[in-house]
Design a protein around this ligand. Structure first.
Ligand SMILES: C[S@@+](CC[C@H](N)C(=O)[O-])C[C@H]1O[C@@H](n2cnc3c(N)ncnc32)[C@H](O)[C@@H]1O
Length: 236
Protein backbone atom coordinates (compact mmCIF):
# COMPACT_ATOMS: atom_id res chain seq x y z
CA UNK A 1 0.00 0.00 0.00
CA UNK A 2 1.26 3.51 -0.67
CA UNK A 3 0.44 6.67 1.23
CA UNK A 4 -1.54 7.88 -1.75
CA UNK A 5 -3.53 4.67 -1.82
CA UNK A 6 -4.59 4.64 1.80
CA UNK A 7 -5.61 8.26 2.01
CA UNK A 8 -7.76 8.55 -1.11
CA UNK A 9 -10.99 10.16 0.00
CA UNK A 10 -14.16 8.39 -1.07
CA UNK A 11 -15.65 9.74 -4.24
CA UNK A 12 -12.21 10.35 -5.71
CA UNK A 13 -12.68 7.47 -8.12
CA UNK A 14 -11.77 3.83 -7.68
CA UNK A 15 -7.96 3.84 -7.59
CA UNK A 16 -6.77 0.27 -7.06
CA UNK A 17 -4.35 -0.42 -4.26
CA UNK A 18 -1.49 -2.48 -5.61
CA UNK A 19 -0.67 -4.27 -2.36
CA UNK A 20 -3.22 -5.71 0.03
CA UNK A 21 -2.67 -7.13 3.49
CA UNK A 22 -4.61 -10.31 2.72
CA UNK A 23 -5.06 -13.06 0.18
CA UNK A 24 -8.59 -14.40 0.20
CA UNK A 25 -8.43 -17.91 1.61
CA UNK A 26 -10.42 -20.64 -0.08
CA UNK A 27 -11.80 -22.29 3.10
CA UNK A 28 -15.49 -23.03 2.72
CA UNK A 29 -18.10 -21.82 5.14
CA UNK A 30 -20.03 -24.55 6.95
CA UNK A 31 -23.73 -24.90 6.18
CA UNK A 32 -24.53 -23.04 9.43
CA UNK A 33 -22.15 -20.19 8.55
CA UNK A 34 -23.58 -19.94 5.04
CA UNK A 35 -27.09 -19.77 6.44
CA UNK A 36 -25.99 -17.13 8.96
CA UNK A 37 -24.42 -15.05 6.19
CA UNK A 38 -27.79 -14.94 4.46
CA UNK A 39 -30.27 -14.90 7.32
CA UNK A 40 -28.41 -12.79 9.91
CA UNK A 41 -26.79 -10.30 7.53
CA UNK A 42 -29.79 -7.94 7.62
CA UNK A 43 -29.49 -7.82 11.44
CA UNK A 44 -25.71 -7.46 11.82
CA UNK A 45 -24.18 -6.78 8.41
CA UNK A 46 -23.31 -3.51 6.76
CA UNK A 47 -22.75 -3.56 3.02
CA UNK A 48 -19.67 -1.77 1.79
CA UNK A 49 -20.31 1.22 -0.42
CA UNK A 50 -17.98 3.72 -2.03
CA UNK A 51 -19.76 6.52 -0.20
CA UNK A 52 -18.68 7.86 3.22
CA UNK A 53 -19.88 5.60 6.02
CA UNK A 54 -22.42 7.31 8.27
CA UNK A 55 -21.40 5.95 11.70
CA UNK A 56 -24.18 7.82 13.43
CA UNK A 57 -26.68 5.86 11.36
CA UNK A 58 -24.89 2.56 12.05
CA UNK A 59 -24.58 3.32 15.78
CA UNK A 60 -27.30 5.84 16.61
CA UNK A 61 -27.19 5.57 20.41
CA UNK A 62 -24.07 7.78 20.72
CA UNK A 63 -22.13 5.26 22.83
CA UNK A 64 -18.36 4.76 22.61
CA UNK A 65 -17.28 2.84 19.50
CA UNK A 66 -14.71 0.13 18.92
CA UNK A 67 -13.48 -1.28 15.61
CA UNK A 68 -11.71 -4.63 15.32
CA UNK A 69 -9.76 -5.12 12.12
CA UNK A 70 -9.27 -8.67 10.81
CA UNK A 71 -11.25 -10.43 13.56
CA UNK A 72 -10.74 -13.92 12.09
CA UNK A 73 -13.56 -16.04 13.50
CA UNK A 74 -14.54 -13.26 15.92
CA UNK A 75 -13.61 -14.92 19.20
CA UNK A 76 -12.05 -11.77 20.72
CA UNK A 77 -14.71 -9.48 19.28
CA UNK A 78 -17.58 -11.56 20.68
CA UNK A 79 -16.10 -11.61 24.15
CA UNK A 80 -15.33 -7.88 24.06
CA UNK A 81 -18.87 -7.03 22.90
CA UNK A 82 -20.39 -9.28 25.57
CA UNK A 83 -18.25 -7.73 28.32
CA UNK A 84 -18.75 -4.15 27.09
CA UNK A 85 -22.45 -3.91 26.34
CA UNK A 86 -22.13 -0.11 26.67
CA UNK A 87 -19.72 0.07 23.69
CA UNK A 88 -20.78 -0.32 20.04
CA UNK A 89 -18.48 -2.62 18.06
CA UNK A 90 -17.76 -2.82 14.34
CA UNK A 91 -15.88 -5.90 13.14
CA UNK A 92 -14.22 -5.87 9.73
CA UNK A 93 -13.00 -9.09 8.14
CA UNK A 94 -12.51 -10.27 4.55
CA UNK A 95 -12.80 -14.01 5.20
CA UNK A 96 -16.52 -14.79 4.87
CA UNK A 97 -16.53 -18.11 6.82
CA UNK A 98 -15.12 -16.15 9.79
CA UNK A 99 -17.84 -13.56 9.33
CA UNK A 100 -20.46 -16.34 9.26
CA UNK A 101 -19.00 -17.77 12.46
CA UNK A 102 -19.25 -14.39 14.18
CA UNK A 103 -22.85 -13.89 13.03
CA UNK A 104 -23.92 -17.30 14.31
CA UNK A 105 -22.36 -16.78 17.71
CA UNK A 106 -23.61 -13.19 18.02
CA UNK A 107 -27.11 -14.46 17.59
CA UNK A 108 -26.67 -17.40 19.95
CA UNK A 109 -25.34 -15.05 22.64
CA UNK A 110 -28.07 -12.46 21.89
CA UNK A 111 -25.45 -9.79 21.29
CA UNK A 112 -26.88 -6.52 20.03
CA UNK A 113 -23.85 -4.18 20.05
CA UNK A 114 -21.97 -5.75 17.10
CA UNK A 115 -22.10 -4.77 13.44
CA UNK A 116 -20.03 -6.49 10.76
CA UNK A 117 -18.48 -5.62 7.42
CA UNK A 118 -16.99 -8.20 5.07
CA UNK A 119 -14.53 -6.02 3.20
CA UNK A 120 -10.96 -4.71 3.14
CA UNK A 121 -10.63 -2.73 6.40
CA UNK A 122 -8.39 -0.13 4.76
CA UNK A 123 -11.15 0.79 2.34
CA UNK A 124 -13.70 0.89 5.15
CA UNK A 125 -11.53 3.15 7.33
CA UNK A 126 -11.04 5.52 4.40
CA UNK A 127 -14.80 6.07 4.42
CA UNK A 128 -15.15 6.85 8.13
CA UNK A 129 -15.40 10.40 9.45
CA UNK A 130 -12.54 12.04 11.36
CA UNK A 131 -12.39 11.41 15.12
CA UNK A 132 -15.41 9.10 15.14
CA UNK A 133 -14.04 5.99 16.90
CA UNK A 134 -12.82 5.48 20.49
CA UNK A 135 -10.90 2.21 20.21
CA UNK A 136 -9.27 0.36 17.32
CA UNK A 137 -8.10 -3.25 17.83
CA UNK A 138 -5.89 -5.29 15.57
CA UNK A 139 -4.92 -8.62 17.07
CA UNK A 140 -2.49 -10.95 15.33
CA UNK A 141 -2.56 -9.37 11.87
CA UNK A 142 -1.01 -11.55 9.18
CA UNK A 143 2.75 -11.28 9.84
CA UNK A 144 3.86 -11.86 6.26
CA UNK A 145 7.08 -13.51 7.37
CA UNK A 146 9.09 -13.36 4.16
CA UNK A 147 11.04 -10.19 3.55
CA UNK A 148 9.65 -9.79 0.06
CA UNK A 149 6.14 -9.83 1.58
CA UNK A 150 6.80 -7.29 4.34
CA UNK A 151 5.16 -4.61 2.21
CA UNK A 152 1.88 -6.51 2.71
CA UNK A 153 1.90 -5.95 6.47
CA UNK A 154 -1.10 -3.81 7.29
CA UNK A 155 0.67 -1.76 9.97
CA UNK A 156 2.60 0.76 7.88
CA UNK A 157 2.88 4.56 8.18
CA UNK A 158 -0.06 5.33 5.83
CA UNK A 159 -2.29 2.88 7.71
CA UNK A 160 -1.27 4.39 11.06
CA UNK A 161 -2.17 7.87 9.73
CA UNK A 162 -5.52 6.51 8.63
CA UNK A 163 -6.20 5.06 12.08
CA UNK A 164 -5.04 8.33 13.67
CA UNK A 165 -7.54 10.25 11.55
CA UNK A 166 -10.56 8.22 12.65
CA UNK A 167 -9.66 7.82 16.35
CA UNK A 168 -10.84 10.50 18.76
CA UNK A 169 -8.17 12.40 20.69
CA UNK A 170 -7.44 10.29 23.79
CA UNK A 171 -8.74 7.15 22.04
CA UNK A 172 -6.72 3.93 22.02
CA UNK A 173 -5.15 1.83 19.31
CA UNK A 174 -4.49 -1.70 20.65
CA UNK A 175 -2.31 -4.20 18.83
CA UNK A 176 -0.99 -7.69 19.47
CA UNK A 177 1.26 -10.00 17.51
CA UNK A 178 3.02 -13.29 18.09
CA UNK A 179 5.83 -12.45 15.69
CA UNK A 180 8.63 -10.49 17.30
CA UNK A 181 9.89 -9.01 14.06
CA UNK A 182 6.43 -7.62 13.33
CA UNK A 183 6.17 -6.31 16.91
CA UNK A 184 9.41 -4.38 16.40
CA UNK A 185 8.12 -3.07 13.09
CA UNK A 186 4.84 -1.95 14.72
CA UNK A 187 6.79 -0.18 17.47
CA UNK A 188 9.03 1.52 14.94
CA UNK A 189 6.11 2.80 12.87
CA UNK A 190 3.95 3.87 15.82
CA UNK A 191 6.73 5.35 17.94
CA UNK A 192 7.67 7.50 14.92
CA UNK A 193 4.12 8.84 14.64
CA UNK A 194 3.51 12.23 16.25
CA UNK A 195 -0.19 11.31 16.43
CA UNK A 196 0.21 8.54 18.99
CA UNK A 197 1.98 8.09 22.31
CA UNK A 198 3.00 4.71 23.61
CA UNK A 199 0.99 3.98 26.77
CA UNK A 200 3.78 1.68 27.96
CA UNK A 201 6.36 4.49 27.73
CA UNK A 202 9.93 3.22 27.74
CA UNK A 203 8.80 -0.33 28.46
CA UNK A 204 7.46 -0.41 24.93
CA UNK A 205 4.92 -3.18 25.46
CA UNK A 206 1.93 -3.42 27.79
CA UNK A 207 0.89 -6.50 29.76
CA UNK A 208 -1.71 -8.60 28.08
CA UNK A 209 -4.94 -6.56 28.45
CA UNK A 210 -7.76 -8.41 30.19
CA UNK A 211 -10.08 -7.42 27.39
CA UNK A 212 -8.12 -9.62 24.96
CA UNK A 213 -9.19 -13.23 25.53
CA UNK A 214 -6.93 -16.19 24.94
CA UNK A 215 -8.19 -17.31 21.55
CA UNK A 216 -7.70 -20.66 19.82
CA UNK A 217 -5.23 -18.92 17.52
CA UNK A 218 -3.14 -17.70 20.44
CA UNK A 219 -3.32 -21.01 22.31
CA UNK A 220 -1.92 -22.73 19.25
CA UNK A 221 0.89 -20.14 19.21
CA UNK A 222 1.66 -20.92 22.84
CA UNK A 223 1.87 -24.62 22.01
CA UNK A 224 4.35 -23.76 19.24
CA UNK A 225 6.39 -21.75 21.73
CA UNK A 226 5.56 -18.32 20.27
CA UNK A 227 5.74 -15.20 22.45
CA UNK A 228 3.06 -12.49 22.34
CA UNK A 229 3.65 -8.74 22.26
CA UNK A 230 0.83 -6.37 23.24
CA UNK A 231 0.94 -2.68 22.41
CA UNK A 232 -1.34 0.21 23.30
CA UNK A 233 -1.08 3.67 21.77
CA UNK A 234 -3.08 6.73 22.77
CA UNK A 235 -4.20 9.24 20.15
CA UNK A 236 -2.59 12.53 21.10
C1 LIG B 1 -3.75 -14.08 11.36
S1 LIG B 1 -5.46 -13.76 11.26
C2 LIG B 1 -5.87 -13.30 12.93
C3 LIG B 1 -7.33 -13.34 13.18
C4 LIG B 1 -7.80 -12.87 14.56
N1 LIG B 1 -7.51 -11.48 14.79
C5 LIG B 1 -7.24 -13.72 15.68
O1 LIG B 1 -6.54 -13.19 16.54
O2 LIG B 1 -7.51 -14.93 15.69
C6 LIG B 1 -5.54 -12.20 10.40
C7 LIG B 1 -6.93 -11.91 9.85
O3 LIG B 1 -6.95 -10.62 9.28
C8 LIG B 1 -7.76 -10.65 8.12
N2 LIG B 1 -7.36 -9.50 7.29
C9 LIG B 1 -6.13 -9.26 6.78
N3 LIG B 1 -6.09 -8.08 6.14
C10 LIG B 1 -7.36 -7.56 6.24
C11 LIG B 1 -7.96 -6.37 5.77
N4 LIG B 1 -7.26 -5.46 5.06
N5 LIG B 1 -9.26 -6.15 6.03
C12 LIG B 1 -9.98 -7.06 6.76
N6 LIG B 1 -9.47 -8.21 7.23
C13 LIG B 1 -8.17 -8.46 6.98
C14 LIG B 1 -7.50 -12.01 7.52
O4 LIG B 1 -8.54 -12.44 6.67
C15 LIG B 1 -7.37 -12.87 8.77
O5 LIG B 1 -8.61 -13.43 9.13
Amino acid sequence: MTSDESTNPPGDGPKRRAVRSFVLRTGRATAGQQRALVELWPQYGIDFSNEPLDVNRVFPRGAQRMIEIGFGNGEALLEYARDHADIDCLGIEVHSPGVGHLLLHSQTASITNIRVMCHDAVEVLQRLPDASIDFVHIFFPDPWHKKRHHKRRIVQPPFVSLVARIIKPGGLFRLATDWEHYALHMREVLDASSEFTNVAGDRGYVDRPQLRPLTRFEKRGHRLGHGVWDMEYRRT
